[in-house]
Design a protein around this ligand. Structure first.
Ligand SMILES: Nc1nc2c(ncn2[C@@H]2O[C@H](COP(=O)(O)OP(=O)(O)OP(=O)(O)O)[C@@H](O)[C@H]2O)c(=O)[nH]1
Length: 711
């Protein structure tokens, strides 16, 4: 920046030469004729050429860069409502079970503080720099935990098992984040050491990166943790990640900046013990500790405690900072001694500040009667030689539960008991993946459940449209990402769909190859077990729920939607139904289209008794009415007679009046019998007319035999 100082025209503050300390000594040792001790102005006078632009292009570039930097600095000022030091930034570490969340937090804490964190419980506050503190929180793997974490996260580290691919937990969390203003997000790929083939690893990294970018934004940071060394992530990678977090800027989210909120890192039940003793279900007084964020909290306001409800605050007190920033004025850097951390729920931190007390945490090995963790075999050997009294105290320390609790939990089993499925470790997933409500957050069909044989738990692998390849007996669905076409076949194709989906998508093949490592064996096992795919079930459920309720159908009972204005909808519904039916069945239905139930379909309000309807498939019945039409055999004498008598067929009678349009004669129904005799003459005349007409026709047929119609 020294060179472009000329362009700016502003005088720069001269460099202050160190007069004491290590750097001053170093300089005094250097060559006497060097220009290091001189100010920039002096240097320019001595050697002006060294500070001139060598090329106009470079000068232009530097100038534009300086202007850009200047412009960047001009942003809307954000109101800082913080009093004193800003609260630590919250880094939420989220990911599916067993992806390495705890391990990453431990490694980061170790990096920042040089302390080992035995377990991750609650928020862990650390000082990461001269002016920055961070609070690490492990996101639980249930929907409520995710919602809570999304509310306070300043940065979300999304851990993804690289060897397995994206799991539903990641997308569920992303969905929730979107509803809470979307804080900064960074992806971290773990378990990459499981790849043996470097090429495959490279491809998978690329594929996951692009998928990640699609979900968040192009260029979103994705970190790779290549593996473990002595059960920990490599120092270099943790260092890089820590560096990224340390320099990251966290623009305040507007809603949060204007609402006070606290991430509780410690709580204490301060109800008087005698009150609890009198009534164990009495209202409790609880003190909550944490950094206040957003803006100031008023004393009388109601506070919402996530997952608990709204409560009145009886008081708000400012306490001394349990993990203060190192005083910037005095110290140059952050020395190891000052690297502080505070994790009361994890049982760490040397000092605990209470409202009215300070607790000092003393390391176990300083205390004689501290509990032995059993890690040191020497200790246990020593115990054997211990005094009986000491031994008794030690044994008491090992008791986890009181006698009452033990009695409550104990049960007598007469017969051997098989462990219940939910008791089996991780058999149904830690978060109850089989019936987890979070399925609804992302479209249900976009994942398939697989059993992780290594750990015996159910994993929900996120499946993307171009990766969708369902081995299904009833239907197969392949979505081509390139053309955007949807191919739906109604029955088991019996062949691999790879050729369809993977032709133009190289990564798809890669995915298949990767799945073949872990997924295919699982699928096979699932088939062998005769287990109906949960995937299928959920699809059917979804289809059923998607069907609109037809009010008409509800009121009138029959499928009368054809007459309503929802004809189109009904058609869609039907097609939906057929979509999820085996091909044969769909056809069968269409063949049965004209059946008895369709009679009177226009008037669905009428109750149609199928018993009173005639079976129109019966040939005899069809024959019996054939001659009622003009195409009938009118020359048939029998028919003529019948007509003259006013009856057709053996048992059928003409009900109601009708007019023979050809002859112009009118026929009358039952009531005609009453007046029958009076009309007899008319009928005879008509009969004569008809015979005449037939004779004329016969004559015509004789004249033009080639035009003779087959009657
Ligand atoms: N090989 C390998 N193992 C890993 C990696 N990351 C984590 N692990 C192992 O995975 C296991 C689970 O790690 P945890 O840190 O407990 O995972 P978690 O996400 O906190 O698990 P839960 O709290 O149960 O959800 C540990 O045994 C780790 O050693 C990795 O990159 N490679």
């Amino acid at each position: 920046m020294g060179k472009d100082g000329e362009g700016g025209g502003q005088p720069h503050k001269s460099h202050r030469v160190r007069k004491s300390g290590a750097s001053a000594k170093k300089k005094s040792k250097s060559k006497p004729n060097s220009t290091e001790g001189l100010s920039k102005e002096q240097q320019k006078i001595n050697n002006p050429k060294a500070f001139a632009f060598t090329s106009s292009k470079k000068a232009k570039r530097l100038q534009s860069r300086a202007t850009e930097k200047e412009q960047k600095r001009l942003h809307l000022p954000t109101i800082d409502r913080n009093i004193g030091e800003p609260a630590p930034f919250v880094v939420v570490v989220q990911g599916p079970p067993q992806v390495g969340k705890s391990l990453l937090i431990k490694c980061l804490v170790k990096h920042y503080t040089k302390h080992n964190l035995p377990e991750v419980q609650g928020p862990v506050t650390i000082v990461s720099g001269k002016q920055r503190r961070l609070q690490f929180v492990e996101c639980p793997n249930d929907i409520n935990g995710m919602i809570d974490c999304a509310k306070f996260a300043d940065l979300a580290l999304l851990l993804i098992d690289g060897s397995y691919g994206f799991e539903m937990e990641t997308f569920e969390f992303l969905n929730i984040l979107q509803n809470h203003g979307f804080p900064r997000v960074m992806g971290v790929l773990t378990h990459l050491d499981k790849f043996e083939d470097v090429k495959k690893l490279k491809k998978t990294k690329q594929r996951l990166k692009h998928r990640f970018w699609t979900e968040i934004y192009d260029g979103a940071k994705l970190f790779y943790l290549s593996g473990l060394i002595h059960g920990k992530y490599t120092k270099r990678e943790v260092h890089n990640l820590a560096r990224f977090i340390s320099v990251m800027k966290f623009p305040p989210l507007s809603w949060r900046a204007s609402h006070p909120y606290i991430l509780v890192d410690r709580f204490e039940d301060v109800t008087p013990p005698e009150k609890v003793h009198m009534n164990s279900k009495c209202d409790r007084n609880v003190t909550l500790y944490g950094y206040l964020r957003g803006c100031n909290m008023k004393k009388g306001t109601k506070a919402h405690i996530a997952g608990v409800g709204d409560y009145h605050l009886s008081g708000v007190t400012a306490l001394a900072d349990p993990c203060p920033l190192p005083s910037v004025a005095k110290k140059k850097g952050l020395r190891d001694k000052e690297k502080l951390f505070y994790a009361p729920m994890s049982g760490l931190g040397e000092l605990l500040y209470d409202k009215d007390a300070v607790y000092i945490n003393i390391n176990d090995h300083f205390v004689q009667f501290s509990k032995d963790d059993g890690a040191n075999p020497e200790g246990s050997e020593k115990g054997k030689q211990r005094d009986v009294g000491v031994e008794l105290v030690k044994s008491l320390q090992n008791t986890k539960y009181s006698v009452d609790e033990k009695l409550e939990k104990s049960n007598i089993s007469v017969f051997g008991k098989k462990p219940h499925i939910s008791e089996a470790p991780e058999a149904v997933g830690r978060d109850g993946t089989f019936n987890a409500p979070e399925k609804d957050l992302w479209t249900q069909s976009n994942y398939k459940e697989e059993i992780d044989l290594d750990r015996g738990r159910v994993r929900r692998k996120a499946v993307f449209e171009n990766e969708m390849d369902i081995d299904n007996k009833d239907f197969s669905l392949v979505h081509k990402s390139g053309s955007g076409s949807l191919l739906v076949t109604g029955q088991d194709s019996g062949e691999d769909d790879d050729s369809d989906s993977g032709e133009d998508d190289e990564t798809e093949k890669d995915n298949e190859a990767m799945l073949s490592d872990s997924g295919s064996s699982d699928d096979k096992e699932e088939d062998e077990m005769g287990n109906i795919s949960k995937w299928k079930e959920s699809l059917l459920e979804r289809t059923a729920s998607r069907r609109n309720i037809n009010l008409e159908q509800l009121v009138y009972g029959t499928a009368g939607s054809k007459s309503s204005g929802d004809m189109k909808d009904a058609g869609e519904e039907e097609s939906d139904e057929e979509f999820f039916k085996p091909k044969g069945e769909g056809k069968k239905k269409s063949n049965e289209g004209i059946n008895d139930n369709d009679v009177d379909i226009d008037d669905c309000s009428k109750f149609v008794s199928t018993g009173s309807l005639k079976d129109w498939k019966n040939e005899d019945l069809i024959e019996s009415i054939r001659d009622r039409f003009v195409t009938g055999k009118w020359s048939n004498a029998k028919l003529r007679n019948e007509l003259s008598e006013g009856t057709v067929g053996d048992d059928d009678e003409v009900h109601g009046d009708f007019e023979d349009l050809e002859t112009g004669q009118k026929y009358e129904g039952d009531h005609a019998d009453d007046v029958g005799n009076s009309n007899k003459d008319d009928a005879l005349a008509a009969e004569e007319r008809k015979l005449k007409k037939l004779a004329l026709r016969a004559k015509f047929d004789a004249q033009y035999p080639f035009l003779q119609l087959d009657t």
